[in-house]
Design a protein around this ligand. Structure first.
Ligand code: NDP
Length: 438
């Protein structure tokens, strides 16, 4: 991070982790050098992505893949298409994914990638051409035992399918190395659900550890994408009361809470790329706030599921004043450092994204296991949910145990943050140390 101080999000992500590792580095001074090595990504691929729109005009975007670390297994991590993508943020994705995959202990390394391409407002054909051009440069770096791409902001089953189509064409191999699509040719039938459902399981486990029941609790959710809407869906299923969703234009609040019918309507609105304001036409008691974030609404639990640094200092104060006691991170690094300070001082319990949003990793491990046939990967919702619950519990226990072993009490509101960082780093550091200076 000394080399690239302008990559402010990456500096922020690293500082938050390093702060938690102080007792580990005091105990194992040999890991200081390992940490220094770990913080420099193993490989950065950066390239031009030319594509032609439907009117025949040429455009250029920038493509990235940061293959961050493969000490524990092949690289695996999301691809993000969003106009604010730049190298620093790609490093954050790769870094956080490496830690998350280490925590899950399924033998996966970490990567992050994407482009500053904005899929919004593009036609189906434009998105397809863009995905094909992006893959043209990247395909030779991907493959089984190399690198598995998966979903992130702006990349869902549609984009993963186009990316896979081009990968297959260029490599000449039909390999199920893409984590995502819910269809018959590759991947796991419930990949897209896994992160959001897993997040709610994690919240349930955390609340139960404090003798609380999630049923009846008011929950604020930000975002209205893949993660956020599956969180809302699962919250409804477990009897909690999700009262907000948001997007880059504003937020929607329904005092009575969403139910399955309302959620279907929100999905329709988003699929048609309309404003969330539409909802108030059918549900006039709900309110829509333009250019605003949902954090001042009353709640017991908050699920930030949109983007990095979506919760700042004043948002955190509003959240605390609204009664929030637990914050479960769906998005990667959703809180600024100042917001985390406020939450710490106000005794709000934080479940870090690298643990709480690891549901997708369980799926990736299944997908990467080639002894499992495609048929076996098609689970029923019940089978899948019970496996996911067990997986989230394992992660929870691992974080709690690592924190405890380093003297952090269960009642410390950052116990899981410290525990997740410590447990993940110890896995990585041991492997990196054994593999020598490479
Ligand atoms: P989606 O693209 O499906 O949804 C993103 C949502 O966040 C949209 O509602 C979008 O609004 C909103 N959003 C995006 N950027 C901003 C911004 N700058 N300000 C306000 N709102 C914004 O993404 P996902 O649901 O897949 O990902 C959400 C978060 O979860 C990301 O941080 C991602 O890294 C993390 N995550 C995702 C996983 C996955 O499997 N998908 C796994 C683990 C973590 P709009 O609709 O207006 O664009």
């Amino acid at each position: 991070i000394r080399r690239d101080p302008h990559e402010v999000e990456y500096v922020q992500a690293v500082q938050e982790v390093v702060h938690c590792l102080e007792p580990v580095l005091a105990k194992y001074p040999q890991y200081v050098q390992v940490l220094e090595r770990f913080l420099e990504p193993e490989r950065i691929i950066m390239f031009r992505v030319p594509w032609v729109d439907d009117k025949g005009e040429a455009h250029i975007n920038r493509g990235f893949r940061v293959q961050f670390n493969q000490a524990l297994g092949p690289y695996r991590g999301g691809i993000r298409f969003h106009p604010n993508v730049y190298l620093g943020m790609m490093k954050v994705l790769g870094f956080e994914q490496t830690m998350k995959n280490a925590l899950a202990s399924y033998g996966l390394g970490g990567a992050g990638g994407g482009s500053d391409f904005d899929p919004k407002g593009k036609t189906e054909n434009e998105v397809m051409r863009f995905c094909q051009s992006y893959m043209q440069e990247l395909y030779s770096y991907l493959g089984p035992s190399k690198d598995y791409p998966s979903e992130d902001i702006g990349v869902g089953p549609r984009e993963i399918s186009y990316l896979f189509g081009q990968y297959k064409r260029l490599s000449g191999r039909h390999e199920g190395i893409f984590s995502g699509p819910r269809n018959l040719w590759s991947g796991f039938n419930m990949r897209t659900e896994a992160t959001g459902y897993g997040l709610v399981h994690f919240a349930k486990i955390l609340l139960a550890d404090f003798s609380k029941d999630i049923r009846g609790l008011r929950c604020i959710v930000s975002g209205s994408g893949k993660v956020a809407l599956h969180v809302v869906e699962k919250l409804i299923a477990v009897g909690a009361v999700p009262v907000t969703v948001s997007d880059s234009r504003g937020y929607l609040y329904d005092e009575a809470g969403f139910d399955d019918g309302k959620l279907r309507y929100i999905r329709q609105i988003k699929a048609q790329q309309k404003s969330l304001r539409e909802y108030t036409k059918s549900y006039p008691r709900a309110k829509y706030c333009d250019e605003a974030k949902p954090w001042a609404e009353r709640c017991e639990v908050a699920f930030p599921c949109a983007t990095q640094n979506e919760l700042n200092h004043s948002d955190a104060i509003a959240l605390v004043n609204g009664g929030c006691r637990f914050l479960v991170e769906g998005a990667v690094m959703p809180c600024t450092s100042e917001a985390l300070d406020v939450l710490r001082k106000s005794n709000v319990f934080v479940a870090p994204s690298k643990a709480a949003s690891a549901g997708g990793v369980a799926v990736a491990a299944l997908e990467a296991n080639h002894s499992i046939t495609e048929i076996q990967l098609q689970f029923t919702i019940e089978e899948f949910d019970s496996r996911l619950m067990d997986f989230m519990r394992e992660i929870y226990v691992k974080c709690a145990k690592a924190g405890y072993e380093y003297g952090i009490s269960k009642t410390n509101t950052e116990a899981l943050v410290h525990g997740a960082n410590i447990a993940a780093f110890l896995q990585l550091a041991e492997a990196m140390q054994e593999q020598g200076v490479v």
